[in-house]
Design a protein around this ligand. Structure first.
Ligand code: 5GP
Ligand code: ZN
Length: 113
């Protein structure tokens, strides 16, 4: 499958990993939008939030648990952080493999759109 994040999971494209287990991978975004910008993804190919359902909810919950864990390990918990998942064209999703952005390390703009 021609998916950038599946290639990162397979090790075909290098990434700066911060967390990995059997179901989840987290790595630094190549073009950070904040002092800390990490992507947390399921190892299974789920195209976006629009494809989340009762069948894959268990995997997604593991990804969200990892978001919380990674944010804590990166020292973001005390001051807070933002979690974003772009879904589809209007949200500007560019990689069609479900991912959660963790953004932190500074006071973020309150604007949501
Ligand atoms: P989206 O726009 O789909 O929500 O987010 C995709 C994210 O993937 C972007 O923030 C982009 O910078 C990041 N990205 C794209 N290609 C690569 C890559 O090869 N390596 C890493 N680490 N991040 C990437
Ligand atoms: Zn994929």
């Amino acid at each position: 499958m021609d998916c950038l994040f599946c290639k990162i999971i397979a090790g075909e494209i290098p990434s700066n990993k911060v967390y990995e287990d059997d179901f989840v991978l987290a790595f630094h975004d190549i073009a950070p939008q904040a002092p800390t910008h990490v992507l947390v993804i399921p190892k299974a190919h789920i195209p976006s939030m629009a494809a989340v359902n009762e069948e894959n909810a268990e995997i997604v919950s593991k990804v969200l648990s990892a978001v919380s864990k990674v944010a804590k390990e990166l020292g973001l918990e005390e001051n807070g952080y933002r979690v974003v998942s772009n879904c589809g064209e209007y949200a500007g999703q560019t990689v069609h493999h479900l991912h959660f952005h963790i953004l932190g390390g500074k006071q973020l703009d309150l604007k949501m759109c």
